[in-house]
Design a protein around this ligand. Structure first.
Ligand code: PLP
Ligand code: SF4
Length: 347
């Protein structure tokens, strides 16, 4: 067994085990983990400082998960948009390919909470072959997002088989991997993994950090290993109540990501995923955060705020309003400082 697999095997999976480390009452939480699994590996556990802190909220089950009457089991309508199991084809030129049902931690806010880490999600050689077949016979797809679960929880050999099979499909131009492992289990990103991945360029990795305290020395090593083999790194952050729903935390996170060579790609308004309603924030909060980023810090540290629409409508950008009026060829705007400015449009 490799080192990262040993760490993963030592994960805490029950509230009773967690109560040995923290002052919490595990009664009642077992009902939550019966429905939505818990996995906190020793690396991430070590980053939790106290009950209710921003990392705790992402990792530790909460009774409110079972009380959610507002959100939806399948908020993005993925099951209906899957021509074969575990492959979501929503946009004309790209597809989401789920190749693993496991993660290094089960995030309480997961958009696929209905199935990730449970028997409701099965990935097998057969589902992967069926997904590959669909991609082979659908040449309009140029960009495949390999996700899950977390693809980096697969062995190097299995992941290499999948990537090599994808690379053999001529119509696929871009391969992207979506993984939270650089944040939740950075020791998984070994030198061996990086040198395997670099055979499959153009390969992009989008990772997922939600708080500056997740940018540790170990995460820095993981990001550096991936960047050094030429993999452009992006980050898809999710806005979460009590975790990162204020401008100062989000600005620090975006700047720290850039320092470890990860380019912020999206900040997502939380999906309406059942069991996560207590973690959602108002859309206005996200807009205020964008106002505090745009112009005030590096454009490189300024991602797109987006909401992935319930029902499968796709991702749409949400932006502060800068254009005030357009009269004739005159466009009146306010700038990032709130000062009025104007521009004369081309004829
Ligand atoms: C998010 C997503 C994509 C990729 O969207 P981009 O905006 O290109 O990053 C593709 N397919 C599905 C089903 C998605 O949910
Ligand atoms: S790593 Fe991603 S897929 Fe896995 S539980 Fe967290 S949010 Fe869900």
């Amino acid at each position: 067994m490799t080192n990262w697999q040993k760490i993963l095997n030592a994960s805490i999976t029950s509230p009773r085990q967690l109560a040995k480390h923290f002052d919490l009452d595990p009664t009642g939480l077992a009902q939550v983990t019966d429905r939505y699994p818990m996995r906190i590996n020793p690396y991430y556990l070590n980053l939790l400082n106290k009950v209710g802190d921003p990392l705790w909220l992402q990792a530790v089950p909460d009774q409110r998960e079972l009380a959610d009457q507002t959100c939806l089991d399948d908020p993005l309508n993925e099951e209906n948009l899957s021509p074969v199991a575990n492959l979501v084809h929503k946009y004309p030129d790209r597809a989401l390919f789920l190749v693993s049902s496991q993660c290094a931690m089960y995030c309480r806010f997961c958009t696929r909470k209905r199935k990730v880490g449970t028997h409701r999600m099965t990935v097998s050689d057969a589902t992967i072959e069926a997904g590959l077949d669909y991609l082979r016979k659908t040449p309009t797809i140029h960009d495949v997002l390999v996700s899950g679960g977390d693809p980096l929880l697969l062995s190097d050999e299995r992941l290499e088989w999948i990537l090599a099979s994808l690379r053999a499909i001529p119509s696929l131009e871009i391969i992207r991997i979506g993984t939270r492992v650089p944040c939740t289990l950075p020791m998984r990103v070994t030198v061996k993994l990086a040198s395997m991945l670099k055979k499959f360029h153009p390969l992009y990795i989008n990772t997922h950090f939600n708080h500056p305290a997740e940018i540790t020395p170990a995460a820095t090593i993981a990001a550096t290993r991936l960047a050094n083999v030429g993999i452009p790194l992006g980050c898809q952050t999710v806005l979460l109540r009590g975790v990162n729903d204020n401008p100062a935390t989000m600005r620090e996170l975006m700047q720290k990501l850039l320092q470890i060579r990860i380019k912020p790609y999206y900040i997502f308004q939380a999906d309406m995923s059942r069991g996560t309603d207590h973690l959602r924030t108002p859309v206005a909060t996200g807009i205020e955060i964008m106002k505090a980023l745009i112009g005030h810090t590096s454009g490189m540290a300024t991602p797109t705020l987006a909401v992935d629409l319930p029902g499968g409508g796709g991702k749409i950008p949400l932006s502060p309003e800068y254009v005030k009026t357009m009269t004739g060829n005159r466009i009146d705007v306010i700038n990032y400082q709130g000062l009025p400015c104007s521009y004369l449009d081309a004829g």
